[in-house]
Design a protein around this ligand. Structure first.
Ligand code: SIN
Length: 483
């Protein structure tokens, strides 16, 4: 079956329950072949305003539903994602390039946010607070923020949407999603399935188009009360400034520069395996990928050899081929960034022990690469690589590695491998990061609060904290008379 025949395939925008185009469109490309998959509309200011109105019109009806009614819609949507997971994964792999197994994993991960927040919808508990006088009673409740907007990235075309949309809908908000232009088809497919699940018109809208006109209209609107963004730090900072005049609530999940620290007493084989998962997931294109790998001196050589041997086993290819471990990068500029960091690393004394260049397949494939003798003045120590290159730094002691790991403006994820509970406790407490993986390279789950500090953003997604991002507190102060 061709992907165009999938029952959820759409190449129009969903606005107030209507599938719309506007006569202007942009190509959606397969990054593996450069082939045009289809075209999607290029919406701008006028269509964005129309969508804001649709979301505002749907708000009173949606927020008035009982929490368990909203939960039922979310559960139906979750079921549809699971039912169509194989086809959704195929579509995602086509437009994004990631291996099929990873795409399927992402669809299940995306679905898990919907399931989680369907359950959380019924647990948005308030509080009563002892009054400040004999005649006073205080009741606190959470109310939906209102119309929300989400701007989402291409690296996780499904999960970054559901972890914003599901809590928004569970809380009683309506939402407008603007997905990345590289990967709109997964977003539109999610919207088609939400519609099939019976989610009322206007509650969940998806519009495609250039970031500037849509972003400017959403951020300037007084009707939109919340913006959630996943993407780069410079864009996040711009959006934050654009939200200031209307004082919107905002959540930002931005860039990272994750240290991955391996102490001499660690289980080295485990550390290598977990590094492979963390570093090479999505060809290194995640914000929580291990970016700087710190290995203690005594095991540095052994660790490098084991890692190079494991990297040699990774299969580079087309994402939709079941044997592929590493797909193409999203764009030519993504490849150039890896090349630039690598050239800089080699010039400053680094040595490539495996990989190190564009892959023979051509296009935007890059060989999975290990660079040893990395040091703090290299670009790869300072910037997020967002590609399949693993630089190995060596360290002497705890104090040194903590200082180096924290020497970045970012604070999203960090990883630490040791079998000594004292080291684990001291180092994890000293790391200035929102998330720390201890003896694991896999920290993503709907049940934990995902997010960072410093230039990595603010707010949390997932877990019972995630729904708070879509509610406002209201307190009622009662005067109770004696009679
Ligand atoms: C990201 O870091 O880009 C998201 C990854 C995740 O949720 O696992």
């Amino acid at each position: 079956m061709e992907f165009q025949d999938f029952e959820f395939f759409k190449n129009q925008c969903l606005v107030g329950g209507q599938w719309l185009s506007n006569g202007q469109s942009v190509n959606v490309l397969n990054p593996a072949s450069g082939e045009v998959l289809t075209q999607v509309p290029l919406f701008a200011e006028q269509e964005t305003q129309q969508t804001i109105t649709a979301a505002a019109n749907a708000l009173p009806g949606w927020r008035a539903q009982a929490a368990n009614e909203r939960a039922k819609y979310l559960k139906a949507w979750h079921q549809l994602l699971i039912k169509h997971s194989e086809q959704l994964a195929y579509l995602m792999s086509l437009e994004q390039g990631k291996p099929l197994a990873e795409a399927l994993g992402e669809i299940k991960y995306a679905a898990s946010y919907i399931e989680w927040f369907a359950e959380e919808a019924r647990r948005v508990y308030g509080q009563t607070i002892p009054g400040h006088g004999r005649d006073k009673r205080i009741v606190v409740s959470h109310e939906p923020v209102g119309v929300c907007a989400a701007i989402t990235p291409w690296n996780f075309p499904a999960a970054m949407i559901t972890r914003k949309v599901a809590p928004a809908l569970a809380a009683g908000c309506t939402i407008i999603v603007k997905p990345a232009l590289e990967t709109p088809l997964t977003a539109l497919a999610l919207a088609a399935l939400a519609q099939q699940a019976g989610i009322p018109d206007g509650v969940f809208n998806v519009i495609t188009g250039n970031a500037e006109p849509i972003g400017e209209t959403l951020t300037a609107s007084t009707v939109v009360r919340k913006l959630s963004f996943t993407g780069s730090t410079p864009v996040g900072a711009k959006l934050m400034a654009a939200c200031a005049p209307t004082v919107k609530k905002i959540s930002l999940e931005l860039g990272g520069n994750a240290p991955f620290i391996v102490f001499e007493d660690a289980d080295i084989n485990l550390a290598v395996e977990e590094l492979i998962k963390s570093k090479f997931r999505n060809a290194g294109q995640t914000c929580i990928c291990a970016n700087r790998i710190y290995v203690q001196q005594g095991i540095y050589q052994h660790f490098s050899k084991l890692l190079a041997a494991r990297v040699a086993e990774l299969n580079v290819g087309v994402g939709t081929e079941p044997s592929t471990d590493i797909g193409p990068l999203i764009s030519e500029s993504a490849v150039q960034k890896v090349e630039q960091q690598l050239a800089d690393g080699v010039e400053k004394g680094g040595q490539v022990i495996i990989g190190g260049k564009r892959h023979a397949l051509g296009g935007t494939w890059f060989e999975p690469t290990v660079l040893i003798n990395a040091c703090e003045d290299m670009l790869c120590a300072k910037q997020e690589t967002f590609g399949p290159m693993a630089p190995l730094f060596s360290f002497e002691n705890e104090e040194q590695v903590i200082a180096e790991a924290n020497n970045t403006e970012f604070g999203l994820a960090a990883y630490l491998f040791s079998n000594n509970v004292n080291v684990i406790t001291r180092v994890s407490e000293a790391l200035e990061y929102g998330m720390v993986g201890i003896n694991t390279g896999v920290i993503s789950t709907a049940v934990a609060p995902f997010g960072g500090i410093k230039a990595s953003g603010s707010g949390r997604e997932g877990s019972h904290f995630g729904i708070d991002e879509y509610t406002e507190l209201k307190y009622l102060c009662y005067h109770i008379s004696d009679q």
